[in-house]
Design a protein around this ligand. Structure first.
Ligand code: NAD
Ligand code: UDP
Length: 318
């Protein structure tokens, strides 16, 4: 139900100019809330939020979450962190700082405000998993010193901080473990597999297939994911998570390439490249907890989601 001036909340979204953050903000504004969007624009883009500037309930602050933030809000969604391997590996020290110091700063803010706080964690906390599909009670198989560690271990440490603030200080926390998500507003040069394959297919360029393409991922459409965020935030205070949010339909990366080539009618061929270090071989969420606690499951399947995403990316092809 739409909120009015009495029931509306003032909500902080860090990383709000990014792919997922900007969609979350659209949903919060649609239901009548006020939003403070904080972003340092490292991987985010002003164009993701430019349609919001005339909305009096929207406010943008250019700020790095590694520095303390003083705002007055009722709820916090902490999404600030580069998500694509090429971006988080560009300045790995900054990536760890963003996850860890950013979490400390946002948890400190939540503590002062006595407000609930959501953390965008990741399936990367499971590393290259030995348990398949991944359940929330699996502790993971993560290399602590590899090229993905800045992201994986940064997010794991952030989870530790969230649960220690919860246990030690009674803070209400909501931790979502997000599995690969795609959709319009992904950065076309983001480097993630869905954006790479679509841009390459639309340009009839070779599709960069890392390894033999037999590694798997489970792709969730962004609208489904954001619905899961909102439901998790609205759960009872004792539901802290972590909760897997993702689409359990698993595909090999080669199947994804073939689907993208088919849907775009592309003449692209597959260009096999070495598999990057520590690239997980399989990933699929077990979403029993999300079904049970949030009454949530994804609705948009890969073909339909890719069609919508391809339409978005056509504007970037010259
Ligand atoms: P994105 O790169 O589009 O968005 C991240 C946003 O955070 C960007 O706008 C970026 O500028 C901002 N940011 C980065 N460092 C910052 C800092 N120090 N201070 C302030 N802002 C900063 O990525 P996304 O896909 O929208 O991911 C959003 C969140 O979800 C991230 O925390 C990511 O780890 C998590 N996540 C995403 C996926 C996915 O598949 N999209 C999967 C797992 C987890
Ligand atoms: N990948 C690929 N070609 C690309 C980009 C990615 O084959 O151009 C592979 C990558 O090696 C991984 C999978 O696709 O196995 C998903 O990669 P992405 O960077 O999207 O996310 P990850 O799940 O690895 O964080």
């Amino acid at each position: 139900m739409a909120r009015n001036y009495q029931s509306r909340k003032r909500i902080l979204v860090t990383g709000g100019a990014g792919f997922l953050g900007s969609h979350l903000i659209d949903r919060l504004l649609e239901r009548g809330d006020e939003v403070v969007c904080v972003d340092n624009l490292f991987t985010g883009a002003k164009r993701n939020i430019e349609h919001l500037h005339s909305n009096p309930r929207f406010e943008f602050m250019r700020h790095d979450v590694c520095f303390p933030l003083y705002v007055e809000v009722d709820e916090i969604y902490n999404l600030a962190c580069p998500a694509s391997p090429i971006h988080y590996q560009h300045d790995p020290v900054q990536t760890t700082k963003t996850s860890v110091i950013g979490a400390i700063n946002m948890l400190g803010l939540a503590k002062r405000l006595k407000c609930k706080i959501f953390q965008a964690s990741t399936s990367e906390v499971y590393g290259d998993p030995h348990v398949h599909p991944q359940t929330e009670d699996y502790w993971g198989n993560v290399n602590p010193i590899g090229i993905r560690s800045c992201y994986d271990e940064g997010k794991r440490c952030a989870e530790t901080l969230f649960f220690d603030y919860h246990r030690q200080l009674g803070l209400e926390v909501k931790v979502a473990r997000i599995f690969n998500t795609y959709g319009p507003r992904m950065h076309p040069a983001d480097g993630r597999v869905v954006s790479n394959f679509i841009m390459q297919a639309l340009r009839d360029e070779p599709i960069t297939m890392y390894g033999d393409g037999s590694q798997t991922r489970s792709f969730c459409y962004r609208d489904d994911l954001v619905e899961g965020f909102l439901r998790l935030m609205d759960t009872a205070p004792d539901v802290a998570g972590p909760v897997n949010i993702g689409n359990p339909n698993e595909f090999t990366i080669r199947e994804l390439a073939e689907l993208v080539i088919g849907l775009t009618g592309s003449r692209s061929t597959l260009d096999y490249r070495p598999l990057p270090q520590d690239d997980p071989m399989q990933r699929q969420p077990n979403i029993a907890v999300a079904r049970d606690k949030l009454g949530w499951e994804p609705k948009v399947q890969l073909r339909e989601g890719l069609e919508r995403t391809i339409e978005y990316f056509r504007d970037f092809v010259n």
